[in-house]
Design a binder for this molecule. Structure first.
Ligand code: ADP
Length: 485
């Protein structure tokens, strides 16, 4: 019938609350019963204490005067309305009663005997009389001035009335307990419903999102943890939608990028095949070959980039680290890109430092890949006649632990909204220029694997500066031995 949170709530909370209330109700009823009983007993005991002075001059064997005394006592007894009083002689027989009826001697004899054994000379009894009525009695011994027992007096009070009152109070206590329980169940189930219903709605929406329906939105009804969860699920759906969109764009972009070189290769190959029968001139042949080689190189580059990206995604990128001269690696990349910059009419500025640089511990090919990516971007996003300036610095005093490489361009720049996202996979701020949108993500990951950092500052229309910071190689043993010298 009940499941999930409701079931847990019933078993963990409601069961405990029910037990506590039942315990309290039982306790209160028990207290009421004992309070009423002790009240009756106290009353009987108080009345019986008057006895001692009344019979002090009587002798046990003087039965006539004892009977006279007994009659006088019963006649003068003040509480006849509330209770019955019986005088018992030394043998245990009833000699006088306030109602005048004869009584079953057995009960009084038993109580009288019990009183004799009691240090106080007192016996308390409660139960059903032979008439079937519920009653309570106190029997007290009568002693004369010598201290010998000359008889006893039994005071009896009907407890029917008290029982009735105890039952009424107990029912009232039980009803209060039930009402309390009902109230707790009512407020509790309202509270549980206010959790269970939205949680069910949340899980239905999460299911829809899992099945690809990113347009589902959750309405924020509560400003609490559930509201926060709704917000988080809505944000997640939005992020997933964006990622899905970026992934689709990425696939179509990459397909497009692969198609362009393939078309050129196929076109030139076909030209050469047809022309080979008609003797192709050397110049055209060389041109065709160089296009095929260049475009297959581009294809290899794209495929390599995709492979790197997948390696990073699955955490399989392995660095083949060695102690290397970072200046030499940067030089090589700049040398490689210089011709391209010239042919595109862009100014590549780089002053090779005179000083020696400390070594870096890293993978030379991966670091070259980072420099190529960054400088390639700078050239790609800078118009003709623009400037791309590269600088490498190692400040022995200010920052001896790091080597800092900056690539500054005078290109289109990146808007402040796009800037925080350009390092994300598939993100392209500039849709007009070719590119897969994963170059910066790969570069950033490689720099991080080298325990360095890649930071970008940019202004739209001003240009972009990418700063790569790499830690210098530190071998404690080397340092210690050089310090010893
Ligand atoms: P892409 O292959 O599109 O160049 P990247 O990951 O290398 O992908 O770069 C992500 C985005 O960052 C680019 O689409 C571009 O909008 C922006 N970007 C990167 N470098 C520069 C730069 N030097 N100048 C202007 N925008 C740049």
């Amino acid at each position: 019938m009940f499941r999930g949170i409701t079931r847990r709530w019933i078993f963990s909370t409601m069961l405990v609350i029910f037990l506590i209330i039942a315990l309290i109700v039982t306790g209160v009823i028990y207290a009421i019963v004992s309070l009423f009983n002790s009240e009756v007993e106290r009353e009987l005991r108080t009345v019986s204490t008057e006895l001692s002075s009344v019979f002090e001059d009587y002798e046990a064997d003087n039965s006539t005067s004892f009977t006279t005394g007994a009659r006088e006592y019963v006649e003068d007894f003040l509480h006849k309305e509330e209770m019955e009083v019986m005088v018992i002689n030394a043998t245990g027989r009833i000699v006088m009663t306030s109602t005048g009826f004869s009584y079953d001697d057995n009960e009084s004899i038993q109580d009288f005997e019990a009183a004799k054994k009691n240090d106080e000379g007192l016996a308390v009894w409660s139960g059903k009389l032979s008439s079937g009525e519920n009653a309570e009695s106190v029997t007290r011994l009568i002693k004369n001035s010598n201290g010998s027992v000359i008889g006893g007096v039994r005071y009896i009070v009907s407890t029917e009335d008290v029982r009735g009152r105890v039952i009424v109070y107990s029912i009232a206590v039980i009803l209060i307990g039930l009402a309390l329980l009902g109230l707790i169940v009512l407020t509790g189930s309202y509270f549980i419903r206010s959790i269970v219903a939205p949680v069910r709605e949340l899980s239905e929406t999460a299911n829809k999102i899992a099945h690809g329906d990113f347009s589902t939105k959750l309405e924020k009804r509560y400003d609490d943890e559930i509201g926060e969860l709704s917000d988080a699920i809505n944000d997640m759906a939005k992020d997933l939608e964006n990622t899905e969109q970026m992934k689709n764009d990425f696939i179509s972009r990459v397909s497009h990028e692969l198609r362009t070189p393939l078309t050129a290769i196929k076109g030139w190959a076909e030209t050469m095949q047809i022309s080979s029968r008609r003797k192709l001139d050397r110049k055209t042949f060389d041109k065709g070959m160089s296009v095929i080689i260049k475009e297959s190189g581009r294809l290899t580059g794209i495929v390599e980039e995709l492979l790197d990206f997948s390696r990073i995604q699955t955490g399989r990128m392995v660095l083949l680290n060695e102690k290397l001269d970072i200046l030499a690696e940067l030089d090589e990349v700049i040398y490689m890109l210089r011709d391209r910059a010239v042919s595109e009419g862009k100014h590549l500025l780089y002053d090779e430092p005179e000083t020696l640089f400390p070594p870096v511990f890293g993978d030379p090919n991966r670091l070259k890949q980072v420099f190529i990516n960054i400088i390639d971007n700078a050239l790609k996003y800078t118009p003709e006649d623009g400037v791309v300036a590269i600088e490498i610095k190692h400040d022995d005093k200010k920052d001896p632990d790091n080597i800092v490489i900056t690539v500054t361009d005078t290109g289109c720049g990146i808007s402040p909204e796009d800037l925080p996202k350009v390092k994300e996979k598939f993100y392209k701020a500039n849709q007009k220029v070719n590119g897969s949108g994963i170059g910066l993500a790969v570069a950033d990951e490689i720099v991080q694997l080298h325990k360095g950092s890649l930071d970008i500052e940019s202004g739209v229309g001003v240009g972009t500066t990418v700063t790569i910071t790499l830690p210098v190689y530190k071998d404690t043993r080397d340092r210690q031995s050089s310090e010893a010298k």
